[in-house]
Design a protein around this ligand. Sequence first.
Ligand code: HEC
Length: 208
Amino acid sequence: MGRRSLAVLALLTVGAPALAAGEYDRALRVDVAVLQGDARLLADPATPAIRRTGLQARIASILGTLDMTARERNNHNPSTQIPLPAVAALRADFRQGRPERFLRSATSLATTLPLDTTYFIPLAHTPQRARIGEDLYRTLCIGCHQYTDPHAANPAPNLFDMARSTPSTEFVARMLGGVHGVPRTTLKNPFSDEEIASLMVYFTAGHP
Ligand code: HEC
């Protein structure tokens, strides 16, 4: 394993370094975009029952911390306060078990708190990015992501399939949301925007 991957792994295992103010803002918007994406999949009749269970757990978890994430965002950005999301209303919609209705609420929240995707969309494909993306994937992701367990509620998804089947803003959010494998790693994405863009180029170019 190279020095670079060791450094990334150290970041992954040590946990969250202090974030800059803008990163708290982005973290909130990423959560909201992923929430909308999970709501979209939950409302999709093609989503298998086992996945539905997993999505429900993910949604409950995002809703469980959304209020705190929004407060943290405001605490770190005192000059640009945003209204706190109506989490109680979202939770009530979610608990009603009507995925279409919850999707509408999550979509309207995502419209109020859009994620800035200008670095990633449109995505510039360059040979250098493709090479870096492939290198990162083969070193750090393939072990968990190559085979998707069809019996897991929240399996490590095939990232090439995800790149093809996910709306572009949602895909950016899921990539920025980072490595969800273990609780410790959900804290901070250890990659630069350029590295994320490189991974996206590699995934969107199709299967290796
Ligand atoms: C230790 C195993 C592991 C490693 C290593 C790993 N992942 Fe994952 N990843 C997972 C699992 C498990 C999930 C599904 C978690 C969930 O749905 O809650 C996941 C989910 C994701 C998702 C979807 C997130 C979402 O919101 O749906 C993306 C994107 C992703 N991983 C990217 C990566 C990339 C890129 C790398 C390498 C840089 C990587 N992962 C490395 C296990 C891993």
